[in-house]
Design a binder for this molecule. Structure first.
Ligand code: MN
Length: 722
């Protein structure tokens, strides 16, 4: 059993190591005050209660917090468990400390395991408290860490409920705040109580194989060390077996037993400077074989929780893959202690923390992103761990990529839930499918057995790879419907081009003759075959053309010339394009020819991404391939909407200085948004300028083309073709 003196001395040692500037006098006053207040209380193991707040204060010191936070930790249970009040503490230790203690007390009073709705409410308060003064949450996390360490004295029921809570709330919070070291310990210890058998299996295995592991790690370490010293890089190299919970998760996700699991090792090289990081990376890749696709540069693009490192996975001669993380000492400090690392150097500087709170608030709020940010976001999502926390109505915390919508949430629960989703409620109010979820939202998915399944639009709305994959899977399975629609569209297009009315197919007698000829039982089967690509519309039509003509003559219906009637311009306003006879499909604009409204266009039914729209004169528009012919469909621009489309000009000119600027000047005068303009020298004194910009229609485009043609030296202005 621990004594007060042991714990106190340990705290003082840690303060000396981690925060030499701390105000020891204030700390001692707080220790004496708390010791006096808690003097009649004992912990479950029989030790004096004061041990606990001192231990929490030690962890708070270790992660690098300031004197006020250390005081807050020492006094953190005084309001809750003794007769101290906020005012008492404010008078003795200052209002900043009193606020911290009060904040921690509020979080302590949160009863996570009681009423579910209340839990939600409290959790939101917790997030709010967090953005007000993050130190409150940091102290609370340290409090939980010490309680986790001493969990063995609790009843089995409490061990399980507390561990669940730690897993659901505190470990994600620690992760969010970049406190990797604490997060791991919280996870490992909780796993011990939640999955004791699995936990034992893993720890036993690790213990048993410690010898082999050590010699493997030593060998790798010395190999790296030898190389680094030979090239004069000064670095510390550490090897470790990954933490227990991450091994556990790997076993689950790969459904492997522990002896089948390979990548259990992680190495860390810590150096002085950023250039050294990249140098070390080069040497690692030279020493070992690279595992492709695993390299990540979190130095140039830090994670949202400020984490920076280079990650790579390689394989040595032993055939065992291992991860290497390369970082500077400063990055290391941030990786271990996260946001707390920010306080370390601030001791004694008054009021310099505003920006940090702002930073945290930004981190935690799901903000409205601008288009550009959205674009970047879509590239990085899932890779950079940019999350939003929401709750199920039962109170489970779900972490989703930031920008997630109810659709992402539904698919994160289960693909069955997503596929039968008909609506959603956010915080008890009906929400639209594309509503961006925010931290603390309670999300409820409304499902129905008669739901029609996901729509193709969902692919545009959802924001997680998980949801996207599951929606695509659904479409693959349910492809028949889609194939029928696509097949029908191209077959009817064929019919119309030859001058037949759709109505001929309504004659059942004729239809059954035609189907027999084509060897299908049902017209939908034929459409599906065309949609799938098993049969082309041209071929199908060719086989029945004579019968159709005969039937048409009998009904005195003469084939008309190719139909040119405009397609009803009411659908797909959002994309600006209507696809003939297809009610709902995704539209994308081909990047090869960048069509704009007014251009003659044609659509191509892609595999899985809806219809891609090309300019009629695009070199990729070729119907030579009979396999593909059925996939070209008629499309038209919908009613004019002033929405900008990106397009490209290729400009040939006689090279002279300033011509590039003149082109830019014309685009600028035309007030169009230019996303790229580049010039290069061509042989024989020529130059080629490529400009990508946005216009609303072809008229605007032609006006700009004329103005560019008038620039002195310009020879030709073409639409770009990639
Ligand atoms: Mn406590």
């Amino acid at each position: 059993m621990e004594t007060f003196n042991e714990r106190y001395e340990s705290l003082m040692r840690t303060i000396q190591q981690r925060n030499a500037l701390a105000d020891i006098d204030r700390i001692n006053r707080a220790v004496n005050y708390a010791r006096e207040k808690h003097k009649d209380q004992k912990r479950k193991d029989g030790s004096p209660y004061i041990i606990h707040p001192l231990a929490v204060a030690e962890i708070v010191t270790e992660i690098g917090l300031d004197t006020d936070a250390i005081l807050g930790a020492i006094l953190h249970d005084c309001i809750e468990d003794t007769d101290s009040t906020h005012d008492d503490i404010a008078k003795l230790f200052g209002s900043a400390v009193a606020e911290l203690v009060e904040g921690v007390t509020k979080l302590t009073r949160v009863e996570y395991s009681t009423l579910e709705q209340q839990q939600m409410e409290n959790l939101r308060k917790m997030f709010l408290a967090m953005s007000k003064d993050i130190r409150v949450v940091l102290i609370k996390i340290c409090d939980r860490l010490h309680n986790t360490r001493t969990m063995e004295y609790q009843t089995p029921a409490k061990q399980i409920s507390k561990s669940r809570e730690t897993m659901d709330i505190y470990a994600p919070l620690a992760h969010r705040l970049g406190m990797q070291k604490i997060k791991w310990e919280l996870e490992d210890t909780s796993l011990k109580y939640l999955e004791p058998e699995r936990y034992a299996e893993i720890t036993d295995y690790v213990d048993e194989h410690q010898g082999e592991a050590d010699s493997f790690m030593k060998e790798i370490q010395s190999k790296i060390a030898t190389r680094l010293s030979s090239v004069g890089i000064h670095g510390a190299i550490y090897g470790r077996i990954k933490h227990i919970y991450s091994i556990y998760r790997k076993m689950l996700s790969q459904s492997k037993s522990i002896d089948e699991l390979y990548d259990m090792y992680a190495f860390r090289v810590i150096v002085d400077t950023i250039p050294d990081c990249y140098n070390v990376l080069g040497h690692i890749h030279d020493l070992f074989n690279l595992v492709p696709g695993r390299f990540k540069d979190y130095i140039s693009t830090p994670k949202p929780n400020m984490y920076q490192s280079l990650h790579t996975t390689v394989i040595g001669q032993q055939g065992i893959p291992f991860e290497v993380q390369i970082r500077t000492w400063k990055m290391h400090e941030t990786a271990e202690y996260g946001i707390a690392a920010h306080w370390k150097y601030k001791e004694g500087i008054a009021g310099g923390n505003e920006n940090d709170f702002e930073w945290v608030r930004r981190l935690l709020e799901s903000q409205q992103e601008t288009d550009a940010e959205d674009y970047i976001h879509s590239l990085k999502i899932d890779m950079y761990d940019d999350e939003v926390f929401v709750f199920t109505p039962k109170g489970k915390v779900m972490s989703l990529p930031r920008g997630s919508t109810p659709i992402d949430f539904a698919y994160a629960i289960h693909s069955g839930v997503g596929n039968s989703m008909v609506g959603a409620k956010v915080n008890n109010r009906i929400a639209s499918f594309d509503q961006k979820l925010r931290n603390g939202d309670i999300v409820e998915v409304l499902t129905s057995k008669s739901a029609k399944g996901p729509s193709r639009d969902w692919l545009k709305i959802c924001n997680s790879n998980q949801a996207r994959t599951k929606i695509k899977q659904w479409f693959k399975k349910e492809k028949r419907e889609e194939n029928i629609a696509h097949g029908k569209a191209s077959f009817e297009g064929e019919l119309r081009r030859a001058g037949f009315q759709m109505s001929v197919l309504q004659d059942e007698e004729l239809l059954s003759i035609l189907l027999k000829k084509l060897s299908f039982d049902d017209i939908e089967d034929m459409y599906a075959a065309i949609g799938y690509g098993g049969l082309t519309a041209t071929k199908a039509f060719g086989r029945i053309r004579d019968d159709l003509s005969k039937a048409a003559k009998q009904t005195k219906e003469t084939p008309k010339p190719v139909e040119t009637a405009p397609i009803k311009p009411d659908r797909h306003k959002d994309s600006g394009v209507i696809v003939e006879d297809i009610d709902s499909c995704m539209i994308k604009f081909s990047r090869c020819c960048t069509p704009v409204p007014g251009d003659d266009i044609i659509g191509f039914i892609t595999k899985g991404y809806g219809v891609s729209v090309h300019r009629m004169d695009c070199r990729n528009v070729t119907k030579d391939d009979p396999q593909q012919a059925a996939r070209w469909v008629k499309v038209a621009w919908s009613a004019a909407e002033n929405k900008p489309f990106s397009t490209t000009f290729e400009i040939d000119a006689n090279d002279r200085s300033g011509i590039w600027l003149d082109v830019a000047g014309v685009l600028n005068a035309a007030k169009v948004k230019v996303s790229e303009i580049s010039g290069r020298e061509m042989p024989a004194g020529k130059a080629r300028i490529v400009a990508t910009f946005e216009v609303c229609n072809v008229q605007e485009l032609e006006a700009i083309r004329n103005r560019i043609r008038n620039i002195d030296g310009v020879v030709d202005v073409r639409r770009g073709q990639n």
